[in-house]
Design a protein. Structure first.
Length: 386
């Protein structure tokens, strides 16, 4: 059966394949050859990221009116998956920028969109997303960063933790508390790097994701114009959660792309590597491992693509499916990479081969954008709700 024999709902469209091919070519030319050096030397590839913006990849689901390419969440997942084949860390960084730009486009006033989106679309300005705090990770609604109204400004004080791009990026889409405790008291502000009172912690020493900086964002009585609010007061938590539906799909797609790379590397390695006078790929045990890796990866990919279609369509069960897909894709991705490393034997543990980098990079995917334990809570709550 060829791809053209499949029912349309089980195959990509011609336009989606073109987008996928464009992202794959960009990855092969501009990411894959350099990703190992970025990781080893902790290089933030700002120029390469800006080149991705020239293809529209900095504003994938930003509206055309705002300069974006206005694609759906499945197309975004295809792009993230393709770029993660070269470097999951860089692909995930671009995903975070896209989430922040989408929030401004979807919920921002005409004034705030005009102020920030043109440079976000071109990545002359790069955005971070600030939700997590030292004392509120999974319990995001308990955040304590406080924004007190003072005339036409908010005075913001607090600390955000584990912020990708902190210190390098120019704009921080930040969740702050403007009202009561709990989710209804949270609002969203755009805070600029150069505003007085904004500073950053030391660069975190991480297991993986070495091609992007991660720091605290420290806010000490930062005066932020009320005009920089995204959405109304008290709407921040809803905006954050809607953003996370897409972010979870993208991070799942990054796991799929990284795992696919490692599966392909394992297939090539086991064909070339001989033991006992026979290629490792000829051993039944190896073939069974590869078969399970490929099957698990395709199953996770199918669920993620379906969840992406649901988020694009704003289906009632979109959040449940995004959580299911993120959990399965990230767990599966890590398991596939781990088995690929095992098939490489001792060589898989060496930095001369890319497997160990993907093993390190994909490990965090089951933690960020909501831990996989929280994903299970979301799904379980939806299943048992009366």
């Amino acid at each position: 059966m060829t791809q053209f024999d499949l029912a349309p709902q089980f195959d990509l469209t011609d336009d989606q394949r073109e987008i996928q091919d464009l992202a794959r070519k960009f990855t092969a030319d501009r990411i894959t050859p350099f990703a190992g050096e970025w990781d080893e030397k902790h290089i933030f590839p700002r120029d390469t990221i800006k080149e991705a913006a020239e293809l529209g990849f900095a504003a994938i689901y930003v509206s055309e009116e705002s300069g974006g390419i206005n694609l759906g969440r499945l197309e975004a997942a295809l792009i993230m998956e393709a770029m993660a084949y070269g470097c999951p860390s860089t692909s995930a960084f671009i995903s975070i920028h896209n989430m922040a730009a989408w929030m401004i486009d979807r919920f921002g006033s005409a004034e705030v969109k005009a102020k920030y989106l043109p440079d976000l679309v071109s990545m002359e300005t790069i955005a971070s997303y600030c939700l997590t705090e030292p004392g509120s990770g999974s319990d995001a609604a308990a955040l304590r960063t406080r924004a007190v109204r003072d005339g036409d400004h908010y005075v913001v004080t607090g600390t955000k933790q584990f912020i990708s791009g902190a210190g390098e990026n120019d704009v921080y889409v930040t969740m702050v508390r403007t009202g009561e405790d709990g989710p209804k008291g949270i609002s969203c502000l755009v805070i600029e790097k150069d505003m007085p009172g904004v500073s950053f912690g030391a660069n975190e020493r991480k297991l993986g994701w070495h091609s992007q900086p991660t720091r605290q964002v420290i806010l000490e009585e930062v005066r932020v114009p009320v005009a920089n609010r995204v959405g109304g007061e008290g709407e921040g938590f809803r905006i954050a959660m809607m953003g996370l539906d897409g972010g979870r799909l993208n991070i799942g797609a990054c796991s799929l792309g990284g795992a696919q790379r490692c599966l392909d590397e394992a297939i090539g390695y086991t064909r070339d590597r001989k033991q006992f006078g026979t290629a490792i790929s000829d051993f039944q045990n190896t073939q069974f491992m590869l078969a399970d890796m490929a099957t698990d990866l395709e199953a996770a990919r199918a669920l993620l693509y379906m969840a992406a279609a649901k988020v694009t369509a704003n289906a009632p069960d979109k959040t449940k499916f995004a959580a299911m897909a993120k959990r399965l894709a990230t767990d599966t991705g890590s398991a596939v990479v781990d088995r690929a490393l095992q098939l490489h034997g001792g060589y898989g543990y060496l930095m001369d081969y890319p497997i160990e980098r993907f093993w390190r990079d994909l490990r965090v995917h089951s933690i960020l954008e909501g831990t996989n334990q929280v994903m299970r809570m979301i799904v379980g709550r939806e299943l048992t709700r009366q």
